[in-house]
Each structure stands twice: as structure tokens, then as C-alpha cells.
Design a protein around this ligand. Structure first.
Ligand SMILES: Cc1cc2nc3c(=O)[nH]c(=O)nc-3n(C[C@H](O)[C@H](O)[C@H](O)COP(=O)(O)O)c2cc1C
Length: 370
């Protein structure tokens, strides 16, 4: 019922707005939920779903369910108290950079409805680590979160690529007390040369710089691009393991423009192949799945994976989990399906467990390989 209301009521309204304006509206609404216990109760009674078969402990953190909010939606950690009431099992804020930055010129966010996709070249617009740390401190001194909070870190645009490790380190220092896990994002296509940091030497240097700051041994993960070849992915996995990384997030958006039905963007009048940015949603789903499988096979399931990319349904989430993801995240699916997506996926995962005669979600992780 609510999904129908979203599809035929709310979504057309949101889609009639400029995509970034619609996003601001969504974040403003979630910020209100984050601040109001009344709205939290209403949200919870509508969107929350719980079943102990979906819960698991990972990195000593309790994940009540495996569906999280992907990075980029709550870039400035403005709505952290809302996500658990919308049913998410965890939420990742950011990307946050050490310096505040406004991101790329607008327009920089585009919907591709016929592809169930989004193209973005936001460029890490955010308030910077220090300002975000103050806000997090203020919020968390008055509120308790009941789901793990991840903090995704990126390099400030003005920082030279050779100094990237210092930029990540400064952010980690500022934000260290507030995150349950941290993500080294070296895979956004929208900061020049950022993805070069996925190379062994650069990634190793960043991780070596972060490890001494990580005095409480919090999980640090690496988020990778879907556009790497398999050999490079295996290298990243090995480097990550050598530096004690807790897991891999697979994947970020793709720079590929293959198999899109959208040919040009009406807002700019340009061909989609000429527009810079990363594509998310359905077009990235299959490659993300392959990357997850490859990581699982390379590590024989010993390195936890957060699977993200093109999840719209329980079937999509199930494929990611059985390919090897311990937990998953959604972003574009939330735009197209609305906030009911979490409950729909969770209910569908329970059906999947029952169909396969499994007792809990952990038994499904990597099932496709057994
Ligand atoms: C508008 C937009 C902004 C994003 N910003 C970030 C970001 O700041 N940091 C990051 O790691 N990923 C970012 N992402 C990537 C998502 O976290 C996710 O990896 C990707 O979109 C694939 O998942 P999806 O198909 O469910 O959207 C962004 C995605 C979108 C659509």
C-alpha cells in the first residue's frame, strides 16, 4: 500500500523537482525525524521490521539486520538519528573530507529513470571533518544510536594526491570517537585522481598512516570501484589484508556508460557519454556482484564484504549476500522505491531463508560458492 503511495504519489512529486532539491527535501525530513521522538515513533511504526534471524555480530558490532544506508545520502551526518527508525540495520555517513568543500558546479546530480539509475558528480560536497565532529559530538551527547554508524572518509580536493594519507589521517583523528567503523573511500570518480589511490603503494601508505590513530582497534574498511580489473581487485584485497583492514565495500559508482538506454541528459542536452560522473543503480548491479564474488573467492570468505550497487529488491540483496556480502547497503534503490524498500527487502530475505531451509542470515553468506 505504502509502496503504491510512494510510486504514484510521492515519487512523481519528488521527480518533478530538481534532483538535488529533492535530495535536500529528503534530508531535511530525515533531519526532523532525527530530532523528534514523536516523528521517530511514527516512522518506526511504519517502516521498522525486526526478526532475530536477520541479526548478526560483525567486528564486535551488533547489526540487527543486514540492510544499511550507503554513503553519500547523509553526507554531513545531519540525520543520524533517523535511519534506525526507517528500519536500517546500520548507516554510513559521508564522504567527509578534512577540509570543508562545496563540491562540483551544479547541475551535478541526474536521474536516469529508464535505466533505474542516477548519474552523480557531486565531488564530496561536505562541511569538513572538524565541523562534522562538533555536530556529532552535540547530537551523540544527547541521543543514543541503536545501530552501528559508519563514517566514510575521502581526500579533500585541494590536497595534493601525494599528501592524501595526511588528509585521511586528519579526518580520522577528528571523527574517531564518533564512528563505529570507518571507510577509506578511494573509489569516487568525482575527485581527480582519487581512484589512483587504489594502487598498492598509495593504499598501503594511507592504511599505514591510519593504523596508529586507530587505538581502539575500530574496523577500517576500504571502498573500491567497480571499474577495476580482477587482478587489481585481488591486489587491493591482499594489500588490505596485509594492513589489517576489517572489510571491503564493493562497490562505488561506475564510470562505464555501457548498456544504458538513456542517450542524453535533457537538463544539459548532452550525450550521457560526454557527462562526467558515476552511475549508480541497476547498471552497476551485475559488476558489483562479480566483484563481491571475486573478493569472497580470493579470501575464502575470511574478509567481510559490504555489498552495494543496484539493490532494489530482496532478490538483489540475496544475490549479494549469497555471493559473499555479510551486509549490504542501498542508495539509488531508496530514491526509486522510497523508504519502504528496507522493510520489503528484510521481509523478502526472511522468505528466502525459509525457502532455503536456513536458520539465519549468516548461513546465507557466500552460499552461492558452496
Ligand atoms: C548521489 C550519490 C552520491 C554518492 N556519494 C557518495 C559518497 O560521498 N561517498 C561514497 O563512498 N559513495 C557515494 N555514493 C555511492 C554509493 O554509496 C553507492 O556505492 C553506489 O551508489 C552504488 O549503490 P546504489 O546502486 O545502491 O546507489 C554516492 C551515490 C550517489 C547516487
Amino acid at each position: 500500500m505504502l509502496d503504491v503511495a510512494y510510486r504514484y504519489g510521492v515519487r512523481p512529486l519528488l521527480f518533478s523537482l530538481d534532483p538535488e532539491a529533492a535530495h535536500h527535501l529528503a534530508i531535511a525530513t530525515c533531519h526532523r525525524i532525527s530530532e523528534s521522538s514523536t516523528l521517530q515513533s511514527i516512522a518506526k511504526s511504519t517502516f521498522y521490521y525486526s526478526d532475530s534471524r536477520l541479526s548478526q555480530t560483525l567486528w564486535n558490532l551488533k547489526f540487527e539486520n543486514p540492510v544499511g544506508l550507503a554513503a553519500g545520502f547523509d553526507k554531513n551526518a545531519e540525520a543520524i538519528g533517523a535511519w534506525e527508525h526507517l528500519g536500517f540495520g546500520f548507516a554510513e555517513v559521508g564522504t567527509i573530507t578534512s577540509k570543508a568543500q562545496s563540491g562540483n558546479p551544479q547541475p551535478r546530480l541526474f536521474r536516469l529513470p529508464s535505466d533505474r539509475a542516477v548519474l552523480n558528480r557531486m565531488g564530496f560536497n561536505n562541511r569538513g571533518a572538524a565541523a562534522t565532529a562538533i555536530d556529532l559530538q552535540n547530537y551523540l551527547s544527547n541521543h543514543k544510536l541503536n545501530i552501528p554508524l559508519g563514517i566514510n572518509l575521502g581526500k579533500s580536493k585541494v590536497t595534493e594526491i601525494s599528501d592524501a594519507k595526511f588528509d585521511y589521517a586528519e579526518s580520522l583523528r577528528s571523527l574517531y570517537d564518533f564512528g563505529d567503523y570507518f571507510v577509506v573511500n578511494v573509489s569516487s570518480p568525482n575527485t581527480p585522481n582519487l581512484r589512483d589511490l587504489q594502487a598498492t603503494a598509495q593504499l598501503g601508505a594511507i592504511l599505514a598512516e591510519l593504523n596508529p590513530i586507530n587505538t581502539a582497534n575500530k574496523p577500517i574498511l576500504v571502498k573500491i570501484a567497480p571499474d577495476l580489473n580482477d587482478a587489481d581487485i585481488i591486489e587491493i584485497v591482499k594489500t588490505s589484508q596485509a594492513f589489517g583492514v576489517a572489510g571491503i565495500i564493493a562497490t562505488n559508482t561506475t564510470i562505464s556508460r555501457q548498456n544504458l538506454t538513456t542517450s542524453y541528459l535533457s537538463i544539459t542536452g548532452k550525450s550521457v557519454t560526454e557527462e562526467a560522473g558515476g552511475i549508480s543503480g541497476q547498471p552497476v548491479r551485475d559488476r558489483s556482484l562479480q566483484v563481491i564474488s571475486l573478493i569472497w573467492q580470493t579470501t575464502q570468505g575470511s574478509l567481510p564484504i559490504i555489498g552495494v550497487g543496484g539493490i532494489f529488491t530482496a532478490e538483489d540483496a540475496w544475490q549479494k549476500i549469497t555471493a559473499g556480502a555479510a551486509i549490504v547497503q542501498v542508495y539509488t534503490g531508496l530514491i526509486y522505491e522510497g523508504p519502504m524498500i528496507v522493510k520489503q527487502i528484510l521481509k523478502g530475505l526472511i522468505t528466502k531463508l525459509e525457502t532455503h531451509g536456513l536458520d539465519n542470515i549468516q548461513q546465507a553468506i557466500g552460499l552461492a560458492h558452496r
